[in-house]
Design a protein around this ligand. Structure first.
Ligand code: FO1
Length: 315
């Protein structure tokens, strides 16, 4: 185990904000971020990796502060052309002119034979990141939700339908044959602390756990795996995590998150408003730590990261 190394399992916006806090308290170069690629899709022939890009843009200070995804100062002229050519069926997923440069680079390099991990490292380095940014796998894995007999690719569910459908199942296409990207399992095994970021436990963390060997690597050291609950006061801070937990038979609460992750997580950091649920978290076999988790400022994100690391080191 390498002292001081931290591995973080990540989805999109919540994870990016957590990492922005973490880099304030540990050397960025000691962090490995292992990122969900189940949200990835091909749009207009371009490979889009939303969670990888959200983290890259956030840590480089170039993210669009209003949306939490895409680039700041964006313009939309390519979308205007697409609208003219194909109408709204072609433009429900918004790709800004600046952001398109990233997708063009990634798609071109993949076509040349580079792996997704290689391209991800190139993009991260060009944006000035010093942490190790890894896709969970280099193989294609796609999150698909089922709703009333329809099979919905993740972005169709999340963006096109604004998650306004009742989901009765989720699967991660390709996950059973996907192998972890180089460095993923090693980072989990060798880190002093492993963190599960405050990301959707079902559609952001779920795909990472579904990649062969990842769940087992976490379970083998669950005592020093610390998750941050993305559910605060019974609601998701962003997105449909609360509804998905309930629709798929769990509960939208801090203790519901604990029960969902108990097989891989030893500690769950929950918000002060959920302090009364600490006993229910412990009853799920997960140690509960109560602190401020809503990262409305850089200071709160920094303090949360400090608490998370201390909780993992104490175990
Ligand atoms: N989210 C939206 O709500 N609407 C969009 O049009 C949209 C476009 C988009 C383009 C690139 C990108 O990297 C992210 C984008 N997102 C958009 C966010 C994305 O759907 C979600 O953040 C994640 O997939 C969930 O973590």
């Amino acid at each position: 185990m390498a002292a001081g190394r931290v591995a973080v399992l990540c989805g999109g916006v919540g994870a990016a904000r957590f990492l922005a806090g973490l880099v304030q308290v540990v050397d960025e170069a000691s962090i490995t971020a292992i990122v969900n690629t189940g949200d990835d899709s091909v749009m207009h022939g371009l490979t889009i990796c939303p969670d990888l890009d959200t983290i890259t843009y956030t840590l480089s200070g170039s993210v669009n502060p209003e949306t939490g995804w895409g680039l700041a100062g964006e313009t939309w002229q390519a979308m205007e052309t697409l609208e003219r050519l194909g109408g709204s069926e072609r433009t429900w997923f918004r790709l800004g002119d600046r952001d398109l440069g990233t997708h063009l680079h990634r798609t071109g390099r993949l076509a040349e034979g580079a792996s997704l991990s290689e391209v991800t490292a190139e993009i991260a380095s060009a944006f000035g990141l010093r942490l190790r940014l890894l896709p969970m796998t280099d193989d294609p894995v796609r999150t698909v939700l089922s709703a009333s007999g329809r099979q919905l690719p993740f972005q169709e569910y999340f963006v096109k339908l604004r998650h306004a459908v009742v989901v009765d199942g989720v699967h991660f296409e390709g996950a059973s044959s996907a192998v972890p990207a180089p460095g993923v399992v090693e980072a989990i095994e060798s880190a002093e602390v492993v963190v599960v970021a405050p990301s959707n436990p079902i559609v952001s963390i779920g795909p990472i756990l579904a990649v062969k060997g990842v769940e087992a690597a976490l379970a083998a050291r669950r005592q020093s795996v610390v998750a941050v609950s993305p559910i605060v006061g019974g609601a998701a801070l962003k997105g449909p995590a609360d509804r998905l937990l309930e629709e798929l038979g769990g509960s939208a609460s801090a203790d519901g998150v604990a029960r969902h992750l108990a097989h891989v997580v030893g500690t769950l950091v929950i918000d002060e408003v959920d302090g009364g649920l600490a006993g229910a978290v412990e009853a799920a076999g997960v140690h509960a730590v109560v602190t401020r988790t809503v990262m409305s400022s850089a200071e709160i994100a920094r303090d949360l990261a400090t608490t998370v690391l201390r909780s993992g080191r104490d175990q």
